[in-house]
Write a protein that binds this ligand. Structure first.
Ligand SMILES: [Zn+2]
Length: 353
């Protein structure tokens, strides 16, 4: 299953780092929005255009039956459950759905997102340690009095221990991959593609911590850093992905792990992309535009229900077959030849050339 995260931050948010530092959240708090038949779209309307200031609240994520919206950076605190929780926590809001199928779909996104958030920081699951419901925060940490999402989940026959079981199962599964669909993101991570992959470390990074393979890839365990800026960026073949957002590369000091989470601006690309560049498809070529670094190439024209084949860098071209309407994209999709198969790229990220 793919988690397609629409990363589109609210503007003007405060930038207060977590108590353990930038990006170093220690726990996830599960919420629900308390609005019947709610949706990401409605919340974009309410929280956008500085609506978050009027609400005096915002989480990091909203989840509904169509997917996931990341509205705030994981580098910084959100206003989800008062202090002390906010200084430690990522906040995930679940939109209410009365339809049972839609509820179940939203729960998949919700639990897999929570699992991914814990795994990417190598946080072990611990109820009242690394995982809280908002009710748990009210009862154990204070600073807030909300009781969500307990009653809402119960109305669908789901208990907190069911929620916990689903999150744990997702954490153990290697089946979850994450892609970021909005133009602000360039990261691509995928566990199930056997093709050669490269990781590009941007020239904007002065240093990039590396980790010996036998230590946990957390800052204090780093004994040596790469220096991407000195080489106008660095590129390595990915040898392994031992943890979510951690890849193994071969360096001048031997095999090392590096952290390549979405917020780091590391770019993961399919090493076979370039070999396609000189060929043309039935409709000429597609040039990648409108993204900061790369566009996601999917195996079907439906951004909410497809597998990632890889990425295509900004400015690169692919053999173009034509355009299709597909699903869940107002700009449709381009059909391209990619790595020996058909691939689909969101309409606004390509231009026929
Ligand atoms: Zn809440």
């Amino acid at each position: 299953m793919n988690l397609n995260i629409d990363k589109d931050f609210l503007t003007g948010l405060p930038e207060d780092t977590f108590e353990n530092g930038k990006g170093n959240y220690e726990m996830v708090v599960a919420h629900e929005t308390a609005v019947d038949d709610d949706s990401i779209e409605r919340n974009k309307g309410v929280f956008g255009n500085n609506g978050w200031q009027d609400m005096s609240a915002y989480p990091h994520f909203f989840v509904d039956h169509t997917g996931i919206w990341q509205c705030a950076s994981l580098d910084y605190q959100a206003w989800g459950a008062g202090q002390p929780a906010n200084s430690m926590a990522v906040h995930v809001e679940l939109c209410r759905r009365s339809n049972e199928d839609e509820f179940e779909q939203s729960m998949k996104y919700y639990t897999q997102l929570i699992a991914w958030l814990l795994n990417r920081r190598n946080l072990k699951f611990k109820h009242l340690g690394t995982f809280y419901t908002h009710q748990d925060v009210s009862e154990n940490l204070g600073g807030t009095n909300h009781q969500d999402p307990v009653a809402y989940l119960k109305s669908h026959g789901v208990s907190v221990s069911d929620l916990i079981d689903q999150v744990k199962a997702s954490m153990d599964s290697k089946d979850v991959s994450v892609k970021h669909s909005a133009s602000k993101s360039n990261h691509h991570s995928d566990n199930n593609n056997g093709g050669a992959k490269m990781v590009k470390l941007p020239a904007s990074a002065d240093t990039w911590k590396t980790y010996k393979l036998n230590v946990q890839p957390v800052s204090k365990n780093s004994d040596w850093s790469l220096t991407p800026a000195r080489y106008d960026g660095l590129e390595y073949k990915i040898l392994d992905e031992p943890y979510n957002n951690v890849v193994t590369i071969d360096t001048s000091k031997g095999k090392r792990n590096i952290y390549v989470a979405p917020d780091t601006n590391a770019e993961i690309v399919n090493g076979n992309v370039l070999s396609n560049n000189s060929k043309s498809g039935n409709a000429g070529k597609l040039k990648i535009v409108g993204v900061s670094n790369a566009a996601i190439v999917m195996d079907s024209p439906n951004r909410n229900n497809s597998n990632n084949l890889g990425t295509a860098s900004l400015g690169s071209t692919l053999p173009l077959n034509g355009s299709v309407k597909g699903k869940n994209s107002s700009s449709g999709y381009w059909e391209v030849k990619y790595d020996g198969q058909l691939g689909y790229i969101t309409g606004k990220y390509g231009k026929q050339v």
